[in-house]
Design a protein around this ligand. Structure first.
Ligand SMILES: Nc1ncnc2c1ncn2[C@@H]1O[C@H](COP(=O)(O)OP(=O)(O)OP(=O)(O)O)[C@@H](O)[C@H]1O
Ligand SMILES: [Mg+2]
Length: 394
């Protein structure tokens, strides 16, 4: 090492022997080191605190304190200052102890200049490597800490996003519920129009004057329609969860006949010929009567609306394996092929006063019972709708 190589390396010599102080100073200064000197441990520690020298060259025997305790203090308070201890000849055991206590090197007296400089060079290189290592270690710890912070931040963000997502999902669910409710409400309002229509017709007939014995019959029919509306309104109230369902053993042949009876005024007025076939009593299914009735009132009203004066309406019930099938046919004008996809969509109607809710409601109810409503065939000769409902209802 020459003076250019170590312009800023400072060595503190702690030795009460001024001759040795001077000698070491000369040797070290010649090699370019900046040299500080102290005659006591106390002075040495003070200078150390002030100048933070890279290297301390310290005699073990100091007037105010033993070298071992001074060494321990230096290593604990100034860990980046490396200490080379100088001990008397024949004191190898002590030298080992000093190394254990943190000395980087030791020199046995007497030593020559070359040996001294070689040791110092080695210690300084070691120090450099160790300090660089420590810096890397610190950097690594710093990075780990940062990663941990990022991780925590990321977790917080993921949690925040998850919560936001849950909120959004529940909002969507809420909106969907409202939409479903709105849809259902519209459907129910539509359903109410049919019985109202019947009530209005029966009332008109009563108003026109009828035979005494028919009055009771008509009033009975009106009351039945009022009950139906009442049932529908109750359903509207519980629309979202169907909690007011009255599940009973229901026979579809009876349901269809009840539905046909509702339209008897129109059927009679238009002289529509009705054919009803059911080879055997339909097996009962577990269902809500009012719901099932809605399927058939919607199909029958469509057929009646479609039929010309004196047209033909037929309802055929059959019970193949595990199913109940009801075919509602009319000999009206049929459904245009272009419309076949659209007719089950809400609000599609080709009628001037139609709302387009009848078929979607019919299909929705059938599907609630794991069945379906389909167009089985349609042509200019008429249309057949097929309703299928499985016998077994969960
Ligand atoms: N039996 C049928 N014959 C011919 N077309 C039909 C028949 N049934 C339904 N359609 C067609 O399907 C459309 C949709 O029927 P849907 O019952 O859903 O509504 P709508 O009868 O028009 O109105 P709403 O029933 O709400 O009063 C009808 O407008 C009509 O074009
Ligand atoms: Mg309709």
């Amino acid at each position: 090492m020459n003076s250019d190589d170590a312009p800023s390396t400072t060595v503190l010599i702690v030795d009460d022997d001024t001759a040795i102080q001077n000698l070491l100073s000369i040797i070290l200064q010649r090699r370019g080191y900046r040299v500080l000197t102290a005659g006591t441990a106390a002075d040495g520690l003070a200078q150390l605190a002030e100048h933070q020298p890279e290297l301390v060259l310290m005699d073990y025997q100091l007037p105010d304190r033993d070298g071992l305790s001074a060494l321990l203090e230096i290593k604990s308070h100034h860990p980046s200052s490396y200490v080379v201890m100088i001990t008397g000849r024949g004191n190898e055991e002590l030298a080992v102890e000093l190394m254990k206590a943190g000395a980087s090197e030791y020199l046995l007296k007497p030593f020559d200049a070359r040996a001294l400089l070689e040791r110092l060079d080695t210690v300084l290189k070691l120090r450099e490597i160790e300090l660089a290592n420590k810096a890397l270690q610190a950097e690594r710890e710093h990075l780990l800490l940062e990663i941990e912070t990022w991780n925590r931040e990321l977790q917080t963000r993921v949690q925040e996003r998850t919560e936001a997502l849950h909120r959004a999902q529940s909002e969507i669910a809420q909106t969907e519920k409202l939409a479903a409710l709105g849809y259902l409400a519209a459907g129910m309002a539509h359903e109410i129009r049919n019985p109202l229509n019947s009530i209005s017709l029966f009332t008109q007939l009563l108003g026109q004057g009828v035979e005494e014995i028919e009055i009771g019959d008509y009033l009975g029919k009106i009351l039945k329609e009022v009950d139906r509306i009442d049932g529908i309104i109750r359903k509207l109230v519980d629309a979202a969860n169907r909690s007011r369902l009255v599940v009973d053993d229901i026979r579809l042949d009876q349901v269809v006949q009840d539905a046909l009876a509702i339209f008897s005024p129109q059927i009679e007025a238009r002289q529509i010929q009705v054919q009803f076939t059911c080879p055997e009593p339909a097996p009962p299914i577990k269902a809500d009567r009012t719901e099932l009735e809605q399927i058939f009132t919607n199909l029958l009203i469509n057929a009646v609306e479609e039929l010309p004066q004196g047209g033909q309406l037929s309802v055929r019930i059959s019970c193949p394996e595990g199913l109940i099938e009801v075919r509602v046919s009319d000999n009206g004008g049929g459904i245009a092929v272009d419309h076949l996809d659209a007719i089950f969509k809400p609000f599609f109607s080709t009628k001037s006063r139609g709302t387009g809710i009848g078929l979607p409601v019919a299909r929705r109810i059938a599907r609630l019972y794991h069945g379906d409503v389909k167009v089985e065939q349609t042509s200019s000769q008429g249309t057949t709708f097929l309703v299928t409902i499985p016998r077994e209802q969960k």
